[in-house]
Design a protein around this ligand. Structure first.
Ligand code: G3P
Ligand code: MG
Length: 245
Protein backbone atom coordinates (compact mmCIF):
# COMPACT_ATOMS: atom_id res chain seq x y z
CA UNK A 1 0.00 0.00 0.00
CA UNK A 2 1.61 3.24 -1.09
CA UNK A 3 1.02 6.50 0.70
CA UNK A 4 0.98 8.77 -2.34
CA UNK A 5 -2.68 9.45 -3.04
CA UNK A 6 -3.67 8.59 -6.61
CA UNK A 7 -6.57 10.97 -7.34
CA UNK A 8 -8.69 10.18 -10.39
CA UNK A 9 -9.43 13.64 -11.83
CA UNK A 10 -13.19 13.94 -12.45
CA UNK A 11 -13.06 10.14 -12.15
CA UNK A 12 -11.17 8.15 -14.78
CA UNK A 13 -11.84 10.95 -17.23
CA UNK A 14 -9.46 9.70 -19.94
CA UNK A 15 -11.67 6.68 -20.59
CA UNK A 16 -15.13 7.70 -19.33
CA UNK A 17 -17.22 10.87 -19.46
CA UNK A 18 -15.89 13.11 -16.69
CA UNK A 19 -17.77 13.45 -13.40
CA UNK A 20 -20.15 10.55 -14.04
CA UNK A 21 -20.73 7.50 -11.89
CA UNK A 22 -19.13 5.43 -14.68
CA UNK A 23 -15.98 7.54 -14.39
CA UNK A 24 -15.85 7.29 -10.60
CA UNK A 25 -16.36 3.50 -10.61
CA UNK A 26 -13.77 3.10 -13.34
CA UNK A 27 -11.29 5.18 -11.36
CA UNK A 28 -11.60 2.83 -8.40
CA UNK A 29 -11.30 -0.18 -10.68
CA UNK A 30 -8.08 1.24 -12.20
CA UNK A 31 -6.39 1.70 -8.83
CA UNK A 32 -7.26 5.23 -7.73
CA UNK A 33 -7.01 5.76 -3.98
CA UNK A 34 -8.61 9.19 -4.29
CA UNK A 35 -11.32 10.80 -6.42
CA UNK A 36 -11.43 14.45 -7.46
CA UNK A 37 -14.77 15.94 -8.46
CA UNK A 38 -16.34 19.34 -9.14
CA UNK A 39 -19.56 20.51 -7.54
CA UNK A 40 -21.97 23.19 -8.79
CA UNK A 41 -25.34 24.25 -7.38
CA UNK A 42 -28.75 24.22 -9.07
CA UNK A 43 -31.40 26.94 -8.92
CA UNK A 44 -33.10 25.12 -6.05
CA UNK A 45 -29.95 24.33 -4.08
CA UNK A 46 -29.14 20.84 -5.38
CA UNK A 47 -25.48 19.80 -5.54
CA UNK A 48 -24.51 18.29 -8.88
CA UNK A 49 -21.16 17.03 -10.09
CA UNK A 50 -20.14 18.84 -13.25
CA UNK A 51 -17.02 20.81 -14.10
CA UNK A 52 -18.38 23.69 -16.15
CA UNK A 53 -20.84 26.35 -15.01
CA UNK A 54 -22.82 25.49 -18.14
CA UNK A 55 -24.32 22.25 -19.38
CA UNK A 56 -23.25 22.78 -22.98
CA UNK A 57 -19.95 20.89 -23.25
CA UNK A 58 -20.66 17.68 -21.33
CA UNK A 59 -24.42 17.16 -21.41
CA UNK A 60 -27.42 17.21 -23.72
CA UNK A 61 -28.65 20.34 -21.92
CA UNK A 62 -27.84 24.01 -22.48
CA UNK A 63 -27.42 27.07 -20.30
CA UNK A 64 -26.17 27.53 -16.78
CA UNK A 65 -26.48 24.90 -14.05
CA UNK A 66 -27.66 27.66 -11.68
CA UNK A 67 -30.65 28.44 -13.91
CA UNK A 68 -32.09 24.90 -13.78
CA UNK A 69 -33.83 22.94 -11.07
CA UNK A 70 -32.38 19.68 -9.87
CA UNK A 71 -35.34 17.79 -11.36
CA UNK A 72 -34.59 19.31 -14.78
CA UNK A 73 -30.91 18.42 -14.55
CA UNK A 74 -31.57 14.81 -13.63
CA UNK A 75 -33.08 14.40 -17.10
CA UNK A 76 -30.01 15.42 -19.10
CA UNK A 77 -27.69 12.92 -20.76
CA UNK A 78 -24.17 13.37 -19.36
CA UNK A 79 -22.50 10.56 -21.29
CA UNK A 80 -23.29 10.58 -25.03
CA UNK A 81 -20.92 13.46 -25.78
CA UNK A 82 -18.10 11.07 -24.86
CA UNK A 83 -19.43 7.95 -26.55
CA UNK A 84 -22.79 6.31 -27.35
CA UNK A 85 -22.14 3.50 -24.84
CA UNK A 86 -22.45 6.12 -22.06
CA UNK A 87 -25.89 7.41 -23.10
CA UNK A 88 -27.48 6.37 -19.80
CA UNK A 89 -25.12 8.41 -17.61
CA UNK A 90 -26.86 11.18 -15.71
CA UNK A 91 -25.41 14.08 -13.75
CA UNK A 92 -24.55 12.61 -10.36
CA UNK A 93 -25.55 14.29 -7.12
CA UNK A 94 -22.82 14.79 -4.57
CA UNK A 95 -24.71 12.29 -2.42
CA UNK A 96 -24.40 9.60 -5.12
CA UNK A 97 -20.62 9.81 -4.96
CA UNK A 98 -20.55 9.90 -1.16
CA UNK A 99 -22.72 6.80 -1.21
CA UNK A 100 -20.37 5.02 -3.64
CA UNK A 101 -17.39 5.74 -1.43
CA UNK A 102 -19.03 4.96 1.88
CA UNK A 103 -17.32 2.05 3.58
CA UNK A 104 -14.13 2.51 1.53
CA UNK A 105 -10.97 4.32 2.54
CA UNK A 106 -10.82 6.35 -0.69
CA UNK A 107 -9.99 10.03 -0.21
CA UNK A 108 -12.57 12.34 -1.78
CA UNK A 109 -11.46 15.74 -3.04
CA UNK A 110 -14.56 17.89 -3.50
CA UNK A 111 -13.74 20.97 -5.54
CA UNK A 112 -16.28 23.71 -4.89
CA UNK A 113 -16.76 25.46 -8.23
CA UNK A 114 -17.74 28.76 -6.67
CA UNK A 115 -15.14 31.00 -8.27
CA UNK A 116 -17.32 32.33 -11.10
CA UNK A 117 -20.70 32.19 -9.37
CA UNK A 118 -20.48 32.36 -5.59
CA UNK A 119 -23.43 30.01 -4.97
CA UNK A 120 -24.39 31.43 -1.55
CA UNK A 121 -25.15 28.58 0.86
CA UNK A 122 -23.13 26.02 -1.05
CA UNK A 123 -20.54 25.54 1.70
CA UNK A 124 -23.21 24.73 4.30
CA UNK A 125 -24.87 22.20 1.99
CA UNK A 126 -21.65 20.44 1.02
CA UNK A 127 -20.56 20.21 4.66
CA UNK A 128 -23.98 18.85 5.70
CA UNK A 129 -23.78 16.13 3.03
CA UNK A 130 -20.29 15.06 4.08
CA UNK A 131 -21.32 14.98 7.73
CA UNK A 132 -24.49 13.00 6.94
CA UNK A 133 -22.33 10.32 5.36
CA UNK A 134 -19.85 10.52 8.26
CA UNK A 135 -16.99 11.00 5.82
CA UNK A 136 -15.38 14.14 7.28
CA UNK A 137 -12.12 12.27 7.88
CA UNK A 138 -11.80 11.27 4.22
CA UNK A 139 -12.78 14.50 2.46
CA UNK A 140 -10.61 17.38 1.27
CA UNK A 141 -12.39 20.52 0.12
CA UNK A 142 -10.63 22.58 -2.52
CA UNK A 143 -11.52 25.73 -4.42
CA UNK A 144 -9.96 28.54 -6.41
CA UNK A 145 -12.16 30.75 -4.19
CA UNK A 146 -10.01 30.97 -1.09
CA UNK A 147 -12.59 33.00 0.82
CA UNK A 148 -14.84 30.01 0.47
CA UNK A 149 -12.13 27.67 1.78
CA UNK A 150 -11.60 29.87 4.84
CA UNK A 151 -15.37 29.86 5.36
CA UNK A 152 -15.47 26.04 5.11
CA UNK A 153 -12.70 25.87 7.70
CA UNK A 154 -14.65 28.10 10.06
CA UNK A 155 -17.83 26.03 9.66
CA UNK A 156 -16.19 22.59 9.67
CA UNK A 157 -12.68 22.64 11.13
CA UNK A 158 -12.66 18.84 11.12
CA UNK A 159 -12.68 18.68 7.29
CA UNK A 160 -9.38 19.29 5.51
CA UNK A 161 -8.95 21.97 2.87
CA UNK A 162 -6.57 22.24 -0.09
CA UNK A 163 -5.75 25.55 -1.74
CA UNK A 164 -6.18 25.51 -5.51
CA UNK A 165 -3.90 27.78 -7.50
CA UNK A 166 -2.35 28.02 -10.90
CA UNK A 167 0.83 30.05 -10.64
CA UNK A 168 3.80 30.66 -8.36
CA UNK A 169 2.71 31.52 -4.85
CA UNK A 170 5.51 32.67 -2.56
CA UNK A 171 5.98 30.29 0.42
CA UNK A 172 2.53 28.75 -0.13
CA UNK A 173 2.85 26.70 3.09
CA UNK A 174 2.74 30.00 5.02
CA UNK A 175 -0.33 31.04 3.07
CA UNK A 176 -1.88 27.62 3.79
CA UNK A 177 -1.36 28.25 7.51
CA UNK A 178 -3.24 31.55 7.34
CA UNK A 179 -6.25 29.69 5.88
CA UNK A 180 -5.96 26.63 8.11
CA UNK A 181 -5.41 24.51 4.99
CA UNK A 182 -3.38 21.31 5.07
CA UNK A 183 -2.84 20.81 1.35
CA UNK A 184 -1.71 22.74 -1.71
CA UNK A 185 -3.54 21.82 -4.91
CA UNK A 186 -1.17 23.51 -7.33
CA UNK A 187 -0.99 23.42 -11.10
CA UNK A 188 1.85 20.95 -11.50
CA UNK A 189 4.17 23.39 -13.28
CA UNK A 190 3.85 25.74 -10.29
CA UNK A 191 5.77 23.38 -7.99
CA UNK A 192 9.49 22.84 -7.53
CA UNK A 193 10.93 19.74 -5.88
CA UNK A 194 12.48 21.71 -3.03
CA UNK A 195 9.02 22.93 -2.07
CA UNK A 196 7.89 19.49 -0.94
CA UNK A 197 10.27 19.18 1.97
CA UNK A 198 9.60 22.69 3.19
CA UNK A 199 5.84 22.17 2.93
CA UNK A 200 6.09 18.86 4.81
CA UNK A 201 8.00 20.61 7.62
CA UNK A 202 4.96 22.86 7.94
CA UNK A 203 2.56 19.91 7.89
CA UNK A 204 1.29 20.74 4.41
CA UNK A 205 0.79 18.19 1.62
CA UNK A 206 1.18 18.80 -2.12
CA UNK A 207 -1.45 17.41 -4.51
CA UNK A 208 -0.60 18.87 -7.94
CA UNK A 209 -2.96 18.70 -10.95
CA UNK A 210 -3.45 17.54 -13.66
CA UNK A 211 -0.52 15.23 -14.33
CA UNK A 212 -0.97 12.89 -17.29
CA UNK A 213 2.61 12.46 -18.53
CA UNK A 214 4.29 9.42 -16.94
CA UNK A 215 7.70 11.16 -16.94
CA UNK A 216 6.22 14.06 -15.01
CA UNK A 217 4.56 11.61 -12.61
CA UNK A 218 7.92 9.90 -11.98
CA UNK A 219 9.61 13.25 -11.38
CA UNK A 220 7.01 14.26 -8.81
CA UNK A 221 7.11 10.87 -7.08
CA UNK A 222 10.91 11.07 -6.78
CA UNK A 223 10.64 14.61 -5.44
CA UNK A 224 8.39 13.47 -2.59
CA UNK A 225 4.90 14.54 -3.63
CA UNK A 226 1.99 13.57 -1.31
CA UNK A 227 -0.56 12.93 -4.02
CA UNK A 228 -1.17 13.42 -7.74
CA UNK A 229 -4.39 14.36 -9.52
CA UNK A 230 -4.56 12.62 -12.90
CA UNK A 231 -6.94 11.62 -15.68
CA UNK A 232 -4.98 8.33 -15.86
CA UNK A 233 -5.09 6.64 -12.44
CA UNK A 234 -4.10 3.34 -14.11
CA UNK A 235 -0.80 4.82 -15.31
CA UNK A 236 -0.05 6.30 -11.91
CA UNK A 237 -1.02 3.10 -10.09
CA UNK A 238 1.42 1.20 -12.30
CA UNK A 239 4.26 3.60 -11.58
CA UNK A 240 3.59 3.57 -7.84
CA UNK A 241 3.54 -0.22 -7.82
CA UNK A 242 6.84 -0.34 -9.76
CA UNK A 243 8.46 1.99 -7.29
CA UNK A 244 6.95 0.20 -4.29
CA UNK A 245 5.76 3.48 -2.79
O1 G3P B 1 -8.82 20.07 -8.59
C1 G3P B 1 -7.81 20.05 -9.55
C2 G3P B 1 -8.33 20.53 -10.88
O2 G3P B 1 -9.50 19.84 -11.15
C3 G3P B 1 -8.57 22.01 -10.92
O3 G3P B 1 -8.95 22.47 -12.17
O4 G3P B 1 -10.49 23.06 -13.96
O5 G3P B 1 -9.80 20.69 -13.70
O6 G3P B 1 -11.34 21.71 -12.06
P1 G3P B 1 -10.20 21.95 -13.00
MG1 MG C 1 -11.59 20.10 -10.57
Amino acid sequence: MNNIINFAHRGASAVCPENTMAAFRKGLELGATGIETDVQMTKDGGLVLIHDETLNRTTSGTGYVKDHTLAELLEVDAGSWFGPEFKDERLPLLEDLLDLLQGRDTILNIELKNGTFLYPGMEEKVIAAVRDFKMSDRVIFSSFNHYSLAYCQSLAPEIRTGILYGEGLYRPWDYAATLGATALHAYHFAVLPEFFEEAAKHGVAYHPWTVNDPERMKYLIEAGVSGIITDHPDLLAGLLADKGV
